[in-house]
Structure formats: structure tokens, C-alpha cells
Design a protein around this ligand. Sequence first.
Ligand code: 1CP
Length: 355
Amino acid sequence: MTTLKDTQIKGNKAETNPFLQAMAGEKTKQTPVWLMRQAGRYMKVYRDLKEKWGFLELCHNPELAATVTTDAAKALKVDAAIIFADILLILEALDLGLHFEAGEGPVIEKPIKSAEDVIALPDIDAGQKLSYVGQSIKNTIHNLGPSIPVIGFAGAPFTVASYAIEGGGSRNFEKAKSFMYHQSDAWHNLMDKLVVHTASYLNMQVASGASVVQLFDSWVGALSPADFKEFALPHLKKLIASISKDAYIVYFGTQTNGLLNQFRELDAHTIGVDWRIDLDTAWNIIGHNKGIQGNLDPVTLFADKETIKKRAIEILDKAEGRPGHIFNLGHGILPQTPVDNVKYLVEVVQSYKNK
Ligand code: 1CP
């Protein structure tokens, strides 16, 4: 198993940036902070761009995508910038058809229904087909300079497969899980293909300059521990093993309390957790040879400043200044979140003195 310190990241700027230092398991003067969905609808710059451009048009345009990432990172003064893209772009690259309906979220136009549909998936070079995301990364690095690391990302296989089979978002994942149970060979075949394409996509992002990649497994908490072990874990391990050693890896999911003990087996540097568990409890289960990212409830950002500060400091205290804590929310910023409160949260975290 890779420990935090074994990994030599090419071109790493760990000496100067607390986010990379924490990824390397090194002590930091200040706990690093960035926020999932930090570039999005709660920001005026983004809403203004959305008057003229569709969401996918923004993702496809490396100039504009880099602007969205850069503006958000500068406005919030966070310690890392996440590239503007989406976990579903890979399904578009696989010709399943993707569009976003106002207020309805994503729609996969040709969802996977059968073993034949999995076999018929095109044999793409995902890194090449999604190279516009690499260009967005390069442009972002150019805009931000070397002091702010850029995070690349992709969806983890279970979460991406669930969209591909459900045809969009889902509450109970009946279609995806039925597919998993009734057509388990086809399920594993689909996961194998997603692993290959996701690795190619992420390695292109690393080659383009991303120093960290995050795997979003947003809906993995829908799985029982037994189903996670059988239908998701082996594929996740394969994916993580295929990712370039030139980047640190964060694995994030929500509602994962019952799965954290299995995350010990993952060779990711850092595990992202949601707010439904105390940070120290989660870290004890995951093991201190990995870092932890989280875990403020995003809805706390709708509270008064005093409450935001109190809850943020409670989380920081639970980390006890142990190396490897990256402050974040437990899930993405919600569209109606007051921007001032987000900036305030970043200030609170950055001015907290680690013991
Ligand atoms: O303006 C709009 O209406 C589009 C809203 C939007 C944005 C800004 C979507 C549609 N995606 C994004 C960008 C995005 N998505 C980023 C980059 C911006 C940033 O984080 O700063 C990232 C990292 C994502 C990742 C993503 N997309 C996830 C994982 C994180 C999470 O929130 O769980 C998921 C599940 C998606 C799918 C998706 N894309 C968009 C929506 C509304 C959704 C969720 C749909 C659902 O709930 O099922």
C-alpha cells in the first residue's frame, strides 16, 4: 500500500502549497481549503456566462472553462482550483448522448439497457476525445500561475455507470442495481470499460498539469457493504492502480459511513467524507496513513457567520493538527449559497492555527 510519503510527485510544489503538503502527509502551517463545486451557479460571474452559453458549451470551451475556474479560485482565495468540467462528459464521449434540462439535471439520451449495449460501446481513446479538458487545465495553470495547484477529476465507475443505466439522476438506483444483479457479467464488463476510459481521461489530465485528481463517487453510498465489495471495489482498485503516479488521488463519496472500513484497501492518498460522521471517527476508521478531506455540511453556509465559524472550528479541532486534513464541504456548494459566507468560511479555515 502506498503511504502518504512514498509518492514522489513530478514537479510538485509541496514546499510552498499547503494543499499539496497535506496530500503528501506533511505538516502545514495552515489547513488547506477548497470547496467542491466552488465554481458554479452561486457565483455571479458564472451566472453571467450562462446567459450566453450552455453548460456543455462552457465545458467544451477551454478558454471559458478556465475563466470560470480561475475567477472562482481568485475570488475565494482557496488553496486549490478544480477544473470546470463534469463527471458525465465521459458518457458524451462514449456517444450515449448528454444534455442538461433546466431544473431537471442531466439526461442520458441513449441509456444502457442490455449486455449488447455494453458490447456496442465505441472503442474510444478517451484522453484524446476529451483533450479539450486538458487544454482547460493548461489554460487554468497559465491563468493562476504555479502557486495554486489544479485539481482534475472524473466520476468513479459506479456513479458514472448509474447515470449511464438510469438515464439521469436517481433516488433509489433501481435500474442500475437491477442491471448489477440480473446481468452481472454485463455490469462487470461495463465497469471494466469505464475503468479503461476513466484512466485514459485522468492520465491525460495529469499529463496536462493536474497535480491532484479527484474521483467523485457521489452516489456510492447507495450500495450495501456487500454490494460495494462485489460490484464496485475491485473496479475502483483497478482504476486507482492505473492512474499516473505523478498525481495525488482523492476518492470522494457521500453516505459512506458503512463503507469506510473497505476504503482502507484503496490506494488513494486522501478520502473525502460527508458531514454525517465526525471527522475524527471517520479518520480512525480509514486509518491515519491516508489523508482526509471534509466535512462541513454545505447547508451550514446558509447559517449566520457565528454558526459557520463554530462548526468549521469544531471540524478543525477534530483533526487535531494531524497532517493530511484538507478542509472541504461534505458535498458540493448549493446554487443559492451566499457568496459572502463562502468567502468567510475560507478565511476562518485559513486563519485557524494548527497546534
Ligand atoms: O449551470 C448549470 O445548470 C449546470 C450546473 C453544473 C455545474 C456548474 C453541472 C450540472 N455540473 C457543473 C460543474 C461540475 N460538476 C464541476 C466543476 C465545478 C466545480 O466543482 O467547481 C464538478 C466537479 C462536477 C462534478 C459532478 N457532476 C458530480 C460530482 C459532484 C457532486 O455534486 O456529487 C456530479 C454528480 C455531477 C453530475 C451533474 N452535473 C450537473 C448536475 C446538476 C449534476 C448532478 C445531477 C444529479 O443530482 O443527479
